[in-house]
Ligand binder design. Structure first.
Ligand code: ADP
Ligand code: ADP
Length: 225
């Protein structure tokens, strides 16, 4: 379980006024829950997500994962970025295997694992291609495979479909639901699209920007398509 207790965060840049990005945020996220965070631009969604990943240190309050306090970047979470963030000079296989190499996994094992997750996102046969040869939707499936392959219990997704056209976006939303149903993780998914938030989330966290507060947490109990 992820427990966010009274978390506040202020950014302070030299010579500029400080920005309150989060103000007394409290939230509990169960294992394997799919939580979407929605709110206007600048309301602190990304800051909250990054804080769970240990990439931002709360100015006040604390975040724990299974009782363990988050004090910096850790191995419990993998991130899927809006701009895909693939290595352009590396093949799809190498892009997915890269994180496994950082974990110290041997070559044969990481190739096998990368192939397994490339298959899971529906890209078998594309292992030797390069990112530029793939469409946006396919590139983001590579981003998803790369994040899944390191097998962290938590996936952090920062507007992962924000750069895709509407049709590809719809398609990817359905794909993500299917992949997640077959391979559950705790997901924190940031979006500013209410339809997307309700479609994907078990729980929708509504944030407001005055300043960086949770307004409401909505349990979505409608059946998934
Ligand atoms: P959201 O993801 O909802 O758009 P963010 O978490 O990115 O919101 O930002 C929350 C607030 O913090 C905004 O006012 C933003 O301008 C500010 N902010 C974000 N990152 C920084 C930073 N590195 N330095 C200073 N201010 C920042
Ligand atoms: P869209 O959903 O808009 O078609 P995609 O990125 O999913 O965007 O796919 C772009 C193109 O690549 C489409 O023509 C699609 O048929 C093709 N494509 C996507 N995934 C695969 C796949 N796993 N195998 C073969 N072709 C694919």
């Amino acid at each position: 379980m992820i427990s966010i207790k009274d978390v506040s965060h202020r950014y302070t840049a030299k010579g500029r006024e400080e920005t309150v990005a989060l103000s007394n945020v409290n939230l509990e996220i169960e294992d394997n829950e799919f939580v979407t965070i929605i709110g206007p631009s600048g309301c602190g969604k990304t800051t909250l997500m990054r804080a769970v990943g240990g990439l931002v240190q709360p100015t006040e309050g604390e975040i724990t994962i299974d009782g363990q306090r988050v004090t910096g970047p850790h191995q419990q979470a993998a991130v899927v970025f809006q701009n895909f963030a693939l290595l352009p000079w590396a093949s799809i296989l190498d892009n997915v295997a890269f994180g496994l190499e950082l974990q110290g996994m041997g070559k044969a094992d990481r190739i096998a694992k990368a192939e397994q997750y490339i298959k899971r996102v529906g890209l078998s046969g594309f292992e030797r291609k390069y990112p530029r040869e793939l469409s946006g939707g396919m590139q983001q499936r590579v981003g998803l495979a790369r994040a899944l392959a390191v097998e962290t219990p938590i996936l952090l997704m920062d507007e992962p479909f924000g750069a895709l056209d509407q049709q590809t976006r719809r398609y990817m939303q359905e794909e993500l639901i299917q992949i997640w149903e077959g391979d559950r993780r705790t997901v924190i998914f940031v979006t500013h699209d209410m339809e997307e938030a309700v479609l994907l989330g078990d729980k929708v966290v509504l944030m407001s920007a005055r300043p960086g507060k949770i307004e409401e947490v909505i349990d979505v109990d409608i059946a998934r398509p």
